[in-house]
Design a protein around this ligand. Sequence first.
Ligand SMILES: Cc1cc2nc3c(=O)[nH]c(=O)nc-3n(C[C@H](O)[C@H](O)[C@H](O)COP(=O)(O)O)c2cc1C
Length: 329
Amino acid sequence: MRIGPVSIPTPLILAPMAGVTDIAFRAICRELGAGYTLTEMVSAKALCYQDKKTIPLMELGPEEHPAGVQVFGSDPVCMEEAAAIIREVSRADVIDINMGCPVPKIANNGDGSGLLKDLDKACRVAEAVLRGAGETPVTVKMRLGWDRGSIVCLELAKALEELGVAAVTLHGRTKVQMYGGTANWDYIREMKQTLSIPVIANGDVFSGRDAARILKYTGADGVMIARGCFGNPWIFQQAKAALEGKEIPPLPPLAQRCDTAVRQFELAAQYKSERIACLEARKHYAWYLKGVPHAGYWKGEISKITTLEDVYRVTAGIKRELRDADEER
Ligand SMILES: Cc1cc2nc3c(=O)[nH]c(=O)nc-3n(C[C@H](O)[C@H](O)[C@H](O)COP(=O)(O)O)c2cc1C
């Protein structure tokens, strides 16, 4: 797939997820087969007001290419300036506009999925970002529409294509659905048939097989994996095998999964403070242990982690228990 002049080596894409897809998790997902990654969404307003906390969110890893920075906002003047700042400050290959975020604080302010209520504005925002982005290709990630009665994705995507947007990602849910119900892949298929630019399919890809299924069903050029990679970056390996018609590799043994989790947290601590990295590790580590029998005690310990030393201690405990269980067998 190509996004403008940018070549994406595989159709497997890691979704932007605020509070989840930081530089460390993105690095792990790329190692395991994600061919394209996006940052968590950054606020155009924060960029324009030179908020210092926003710049690190746009940092890309040393080998993180091709990669995009995602921006949200709805004021065209601010969005143009934000795009210019992203182009200048980050090494992003692509700038992606968020037209899907359903969080009330964002959407009720007209940002994210709020733009689905005002297509003229959505187009003016895209034009502004295209101006600010210069040569950098611009893409849009959207939902179906605000609610069931106002499905606007096809009309909006067509207009965006005409303006020069280089690709569109469609999450097959409305704003009102938030993350509930099931994603509707039919609109993604219809969008693929309607547009000439690449279409990326998103929604309810929870396994390697789902990734192959959504690509086949919709004919989309790429698949974006979101909640399906929580604690499971191996989903990219499994999706690759599914796409190649090969046997899907099982998850690595728990001890190895713990090692990957620890490596992710060590990497995060290099980019943020150790404390922030470890507070964020609590949620990730619990996901890594999802479905592990008798993990309840360890999840309790994980919810108290504040230092890397804590991470090592808990991990050693989990591994010790695994060894003991093996010896008993
Ligand atoms: C915790 C969380 C954070 C998210 N943050 C963003 C974001 O910053 N930008 C964005 O475009 N979508 C965001 N999303 C939406 C996902 O990228 C994706 O569109 C959605 O989860 C649907 O895919 P899924 O059904 O496979 O999870 C977020 C989703 C979750 C669960």
